[in-house]
Design a protein around this ligand. Sequence first.
Ligand code: NAD
Ligand code: MG
Length: 306
Amino acid sequence: MAGDDTDTTSSDQLTSQDPVSRYPSISPPEQEQDAPGLQATVTPKPDIGELSYRGTGRLQGRRALVSGGDSGIGAAVAVAFAREGADVAITYLPAEEEDAATVARIVTEAGRRAVQIPGDLTDPQFCTEVVERAVAELGGLDVLVNNAAKQVATQSLEEITDEQLEQTFQTNILAMFRVTRAALKHLAPGSAVINTTSVQAYEPSPTLLDYATTKAAINAFTKGLAQQLASRGIRVNAVAPGPIWTPLQPSGGTPTEDLPEFGQSVPLGRAGQPTEVAPAYVFLASSESSYVLGETLNVNGGSPTP
Ligand code: NAD
Ligand code: MG
């Protein structure tokens, strides 16, 4: 393992430890990739929990679909879900096959079923196909994690092209409506929908106008849908990460020159690692959160939220 990797074998997530020093305060070198970016080539390597996440049977026998499950937060969620006993289908863009294969291997090594579904969620038809394939291959669906997103930093509103605007809204919010709508007929009482929003919903960076707007929309969608589905026994919640080190950042999400300081301004003083976000999804997916609906769980290193 390279010295600058953030994977750790020293302790699992259940071991008592100082959150300040659980991971180093990273200063990623300036680097650039074409979107969507490959985790395999990000420096330092984000920790998706391969060596550290310890399951305790909290999702035994569940069947989960995680969009954007090839890398970053979605990959960490897929790994955690599998170690907690769930079978997992992941979606990703065809260019991300290498990352997806790594996640599928880790899920399989946990003794669970891994299903890989490549495709583009800006295509409305694919949003339905994804659900149908996951249901067919997993034998049903209990947990839907809407996590795929596009984030492109731009200096001014005039720089945001119609193409970028439409792709960001298609990926982040329209696909969330479409995939969830297609999934509903398969979700029995006890099922859970978890949407990935962001601290950007409350603290929009001036460089992320389109992205931040979709994240605020995701919070509204989550809180409204949670009320609509409550009586059907389907719980809808969201997770709002702060700065987490993933391929999203060096592939256009953060200006290259800002990468060395990424995440250092939060109260904890460091960027988070993807596996540190995964337990929030496990909690919201499992029955232990049976009375939690319409909630946004913030996992952001201490930034105050409304
Ligand atoms: P990531 O790049 O690892 O994951 C995003 C995934 O979205 C990609 O892997 C890709 O598979 C998928 N995706 C993008 N466009 C797609 C398309 N057109 N069709 C299908 N899939 C597509 O980055 P991440 O940071 O782990 O992002 C996961 C979620 O976390 C996103 O919703 C993001 O907005 C959110 N988030 C991230 C941070 C952070 O600092 N990394 C902070 C707050 C919220
Ligand atoms: Mg990816």
